[in-house]
Write a protein that binds this ligand. Structure first.
Ligand SMILES: *Cc1c(COP(=O)(O)O)cnc(C)c1O
Length: 405
């Protein structure tokens, strides 16, 4: 019996990858062991975060880092750091910004539900550029000059969402922003593969970069990383950590937190609700090590063989396509194109049936409107791949012709 059955919740097969709705990525045994071991002893969270900062620097090349409660929490803390820097009064007032200098420029095409994380800290978003390609009214993406043309004395920084085809290129935007002393906060949540991606984003000189610990890195689902300029990371740390100590006794680890730069100890900051436990930090650090050592690449042959087995089982009416990135790092995935006409069922119908079956199976649903189900191997096992193959045979086989009476 599963632990979830014990609570009356039916466990399911997650074939979507690391989505948060379904609990994210599976933690490898080494990561779980670190979580368990860290739980058995106490330590100073400030010192553990300072050690995490050194590890994050080693892996990414950033000056400093902080383990956050996910990428979205990292965006809120990064915004708070840009808005308050080391001003304790400003930290105390967030999300209110007394002088109104709280606007962040963002390309219209990069807006998403996650920009609520920026607004939560007191940032307001000012859109630049258009989304001409989606509206089929033009061919151009957002350009650097459009950010510069939108600058006012209320502009606090720039928010940029990193994806392989994001425009303008981050390096060009950072160069223009630096010339105007404007900080750039980057959402790179899911962009950790291939492994050179985060170090390349750091190398652009972007001030702060946030990414998830619970996606391809396979740390605890509730973790993430914020990394970048040391002063901003110090501000973010001060606004997240528990600050209840005496000024006479408080001895934070320099240079991660440089006490001499502060007139006192801030009260609990806007990020106090985004706390990360010692177990989660230890587990994430072990996961970062595994991830950046390339240890996860050894799983790819298994992923490929499971997807090939599923593809081989899919009834001939539906077409399959195995996508296998050539970098040897990013995940292979399997697309299953439902023949909606001959089956007389839409991909939504098949997806719903899979979710309601036993066991429930959740497949990638980003292309349902094009009739495509996507199988992602991250959370699968050989047994689960076999169950998916069997269920796809049931769902995608043509109904038998009615027998003549
Ligand atoms: C997943 C994701 C986030 C949120 O990351 P968490 O680690 O779950 O907080 C933010 N932005 C983008 C683009 C994402 O894909």
């Amino acid at each position: 019996m599963s632990i979830y059955d014990r609570f009356g919740v039916t466990p399911l097969i997650n074939a979507t990858g690391s989505v948060t709705r379904l609990g994210g990525a599976p933690m490898p045994p080494e990561v779980l062991a670190a979580f368990h071991e860290a739980a058995g002893e106490a330590c100073s969270l400030e010192q553990l975060q300072a050690a995490a900062s050194r590890e994050i620097s080693r892996h990414t090349g950033a000056d400093a880092g902080l383990v956050t409660a996910g990428c979205a929490a990292g965006l809120t803390l990064g915004t708070a750091a840009i808005l308050a820097e080391l001003d304790l009064g400003k930290m105390e007032r967030l999300p209110r910004v007394a002088d109104g200098r709280c606007e962040f420029l963002i390309a219209r095409e990069q807006r998403s539900g996650y920009d609520h994380a920026v607004r939560a800290a007191g940032g307001t978003l000012v859109e630049v550029g258009f989304n001409e390609i989606v509206s089929n009214a033009g061919v151009r993406r957002t350009e650097v000059w459009e950010y510069l043309a939108a600058l006012t004395d209320k502009t606090a920084g720039i928010v940029y969402v990193a994806a392989p085809d994001s425009r303008p290129r981050l390096a060009d935007l950072v160069q223009a922003a630096q010339a105007r002393a404007l900080p750039v906060l980057v959402d790179a949540a899911g962009e950790v593969l291939p492994r050179r991606s985060i170090p390349e984003l750091v190398a652009t000189g972007a001030d702060l970069i946030a990414f998830s610990g619970g996606k391809a890195i396979r740390g605890p689902q509730s973790t993430g990383v914020l990394c970048g300029r040391a002063m901003l990371i110090m501000s973010a740390g001060l606004q997240m950590l528990d600050m209840d100590d005496h000024p006479e006794l408080w001895n934070p680890p320099a240079p991660w937190i440089e006490k001499s730069l502060l007139p006192g100890i801030p009260r609990h900051g806007i990020g106090r609700g985004f706390k990360v436990s010692k177990e989660e930090i230890a587990a994430l650090l072990v996961a970062l090590d595994l991830f950046y050592s390339g240890a996860y690449d050894a799983w790819r042959p298994r992923y490929l063989s499971w997807l090939e087995d599923i593809a081989a089982a899919v009834p001939a009416l539906s077409q399959t396509r195995l996508l296998n990135p050539t970098d040897g790092e990013r995940f292979p995935t399997l697309e299953v194109r439902v023949d909606e006409t001959h089956l007389n069922r839409s991909a939504y119908d098949v997806c719903r049936s899979l979710r309601h079956g036993s066991p429930p199976i959740y497949v990638g649903h980003g292309q349902l409107s094009e009739g495509v189900l996507v199988i992602h191997p991250l959370c699968l096992t050989e047994e689960r791949a076999g169950i998916i193959a069997r269920r796809l045979v049931e769902e995608l086989s043509p109904a038998p012709a009615e027998s003549p009476r």
